[in-house]
Design a protein around this ligand. Sequence first.
Ligand code: HEM
Length: 151
Amino acid sequence: MENATDAELMQRSLEIAASRCDDITPFVYAEFFKNRPDAVPYFSTDATINLIGRGRMLNFVLDLLLDSAASQIYVAENMETSAFDHVSFGVFEPSLYTDFISALITVLSELVADDWSDAFANAWRAHCKALVDCLPAKDLAEAAAKRHRFV
Ligand code: HEM
């Protein structure tokens, strides 16, 4: 895919992955929890919430990444709002966001396997960085500090 845009590269790699796996959700969370066992307690263990909620969250993350690649103007605000919403789950650390999206990229690269390329990796990585750069890091650090004062 010479001269393809990030959006096209991401779309293409998702299509290849989708042709090889019905649902990447359990693989992405397994990879995330393998690298960030400290993130496990944040998530519900209720089987129904677990299945639906996790799939819905992954879908939101994918939408934001693809919207970032499509230069949609609302991406920064949506990412910031998501980060504030996640304060109620106790999620403050920007590195959790980087590691979640990295887990998604790893799973995609494993499914796409021999068809994976640096161009695919660079496109996904660029928009992972773009989203993480939108996090209100200072506000999150202040919220985390306040919370630690009360617990
Ligand atoms: C771009 C990044 C993210 C987006 C857009 C996002 C979006 C969402 C959305 C939409 C939900 C609600 C799902 C539902 O309707 O049930 C959700 C739930 C949740 N998210 Fe995220 N999320 C992101 C990153 C993260 C990260 C990095 C963590 C780290 C621990 C996290 C932890 C949670 C938790 C604990 C829940 C509650 C679901 C449960 O209890 O199983 N999220 N997220």
